[in-house]
Design a binder for this molecule. Structure first.
Ligand code: NAG
Ligand code: NAG
Ligand code: NAG
Ligand code: NAG
Length: 560
């Protein structure tokens, strides 16, 4: 079970040239976690640790995001607020021999947007045994070697750390040798002189044990061949060889050449070089030429994986050390991660509304990992830097769905390496409708001419109003505004089709009684609340009969 480590700290945005206050909050929570915990094990209660009621987690869409492109190592139980192990955490695979192994994950919350950095400090457990490079350590020894003569041995390697790494060596009981061990060397000491006539080969078992619980061990056979020829151990020209190597150096690059001199002459004086104990990983990156002592690159040197190597070399029984510092090359483009995005923003969102959180990472070092982010110019959005490598995407102006309903925003991240590398990401945002436009009639006012004695139900004219809003917010419904003409309700004169705006006569008109009248037609949208406007429709009744003034009151003639 993990236990909570460091306290929760709030971090404040410190970039001077953006003055907009940010609503989102950022923080840091740390936990100490032993490696290799079972999936589902509880690391801690993150809801409690960030001061949030667990029942709010679902509403706030709480989720754990892996930092960068690494795996998601933990997850959150939305009902309890527990942070649980989601993926195997192998300290050796993640951090090698590094003393501190920290996995960064992020807890993203919405409404309002919030990012909490989760730091998992991975603790070593004793899951690796000490291992010798070879199964057999071969040593050749002069018969004449004196009591007390010392012979350096390869040390065992244990991927674990501290107490879990190699603590002790023991040598199988034998007639000739003892073991001396100090913090740097393991040596075989001749305790009783050799006698080639008695035996020309001696085999003893060397065991390395670590200090973990349970304890683990590894063994190697020391195979001593007793020679009668004189032999001297070679001595390296330098105790430590130092080299600096740019990452991505091509295969076969010579890193450094070790050289050792042997006091012997002829065949016995020929020096052969080899690595003493190197890890499996280092063995895949560097080779040593047995004859020349040249150390060459045989794999991909990645500063981001490993920036420092310490190799033990040997020439027969002489031991030396090579230190290689890897220098960074700007070989990683920044990577952009969208931590949160509101895909649909209402058009009445006030300027400064946060719509997304962007995280940028660059695996390189120093200047090569300094990254600037920008978006294109002609959009009402900008990026506001927040803690370290976080940016908020906020609106800068009023949005109008009726003018621009969708935005394709391209975010570009560029590092400060030379040459700089950049990458970009596009995000799609759409503007959601708000009922902010009333229907508008196509004409300022309408005039209709109706010939008297018309059929009731015949159409008189039609009105049209337009509303650019979306769906029901832009759906127009027509109606007559209540009113009277000569004391009679307008509805007994005209009617309007609510959907089409076509106006119909309800009765037959008589020019001699009514020559003109006005009604008001309202266009109302279906929004909530609805918006409306009205227009005046003037109706003129035309006389279809003409009384020719010829004495006869009843002479009726058609004009037309
Ligand atoms: C989440 O927590 C609840 C309440 O503690 C528990 O019943 C449930 O089993 C947990 N779910 C998982 C997947 O761990
Ligand atoms: C958005 O813009 C980018 C860059 O201009 C383009 O590659 C992408 O296809 C666009 N996406 C959409 C959905 O228009
Ligand atoms: C209409 O506008 C209201 C706000 O006035 C909004 O809540 C609603 O979603 C809009 N309807 C549509 C279909 O866009
Ligand atoms: C009709 O429109 C006028 C002018 O736009 C407005 O002042 C009036 O209130 C409207 N009447 C109704 C009943 O909507």
């Amino acid at each position: 079970m993990g236990h909570k480590g460091i306290s929760v700290t709030g971090l404040v945005c410190s970039v001077a040239f953006f003055l907009l206050p940010l609503h989102s909050a950022y923080g840091d929570v740390s936990y100490s976690v032993p490696e290799e915990m079972k999936r589902g094990s509880v690391i801690g209660n993150i809801a409690k640790d960030i001061g949030l009621v667990a029942s709010r987690l679902s509403a706030r869409k709480a989720r754990v995001d892996p930092d960068g492109n690494r795996k998601r190592y933990c997850d959150i139980n939305l009902s309890s607020g527990d942070l649980i192990v989601a993926e195997r955490i192998d300290r050796e695979g993640l951090c090698g021999k590094k003393a501190s192994c920290v996995l960064n994950q992020e807890l993203v919350l919405e409404n309002p947007l919030e990012v909490q950095r989760i730091s998992l400090h991975v603790q070593d457990i004793n899951d690796n045994s000490p291992q010798f490079k070879d199964e057999v350590i071969k040593i050749e020894m002069r018969e004449s070697a004196d009591k007390g003569a010392r012979f350096l041995l390869d040390q065992a390697h244990d991927a674990d750390l501290g107490q879990n790494a190699v603590q002790r060596y023991t040598l199988q009981k034998n007639d000739n040798f003892l073991l001396t061990v100090d913090s740097h060397t393991v040596e075989l000491v001749l305790e009783k002189e050799l006698d080639r006539e008695q035996s020309n080969e001696i085999k003893v078992l060397l065991t390395a044990v670590d200090g973990g619980t349970p304890q683990r061990s590894g063994t190697v056979v020391i195979h001593v061949t007793v020679l009668d020829a004189n032999d001297n151990a070679p001595v390296f020209s330098q105790a430590v060889y130092k080299a600096s190597l740019p990452e991505n150096s091509p295969l076969d690059t010579v890193v450094v050449t070790a050289s050792a001199a042997d006091a012997d002459e002829g065949v016995n004086g020929e020096v052969t070089y080899d690595f003493a104990h190197v890890s499996e990983e280092d063995d895949k990156l560097f080779s040593i030429d047995r004859k020349t002592g040249e150390i060459r690159v045989i794999g991909t040197i990645d500063f981001e994986e490993m920036s420092y190597f310490e190799l033990r070399i040997k020439a027969k029984d002489g031991l030396g050390k090579v230190i290689i510092d890897i220098t960074d090359i700007n070989d990683n483009a920044p990577e952009l991660y969208l931590k949160s995005l509101t895909h649909s923003i209402p058009e009445n969102a006030s300027p400064g509304t946060e719509v997304g959180i962007i995280n940028v990472q660059d695996r390189d070092s120093e200047n090569n990992r300094q990254v600037r982010c920008s978006i294109q110019q002609n959009v009402p959005f900008k990026l506001v830097p927040s803690i370290k490598n976080y940016y908020s995407l906020v609106t800068t102006g009023e949005l109008d769905r009726e003018l621009v309903s969708d935005y394709n925003i391209t975010i570009t991240a560029t590092d400060e390496g030379s040459p700089p590398l950049s990458s970009s990401k596009s995000v799609q945002l759409s503007v959601a409708d708000v009922n902010d436009n009333p229907p508008v009639f196509e004409e300022q006012s309408y005039k209709a001419h109706v010939t008297e004695n018309n059929n009731p139900g015949s159409s008189v004219c039609s009105v049209t109003a337009r509303d650019p809003d979306w769906r029901q917010n832009g759906t127009v419904i027509y109606s007559l505004l209540p009113g009277e003409v000569n004391g009679v309700p307008v509805s007994s004169f005209l009617s309007v089709n609510g959907d089409t705006g076509v106006i119909y006569a309800v009765r037959s008109f008589d020019y001699e009684q009514l020559r003109s009248f006005k009604v008001h037609v309202v266009a109302r949208d279906n929004g909530s609340p609805p918006l409306s406007s009205n227009v005046t429709v003037s109706v003129f009744i035309t006389d279809i009969t003409c009384c020719l003034n010829c004495g006869s009151k009843h002479f009726v003639g058609l004009i037309n």
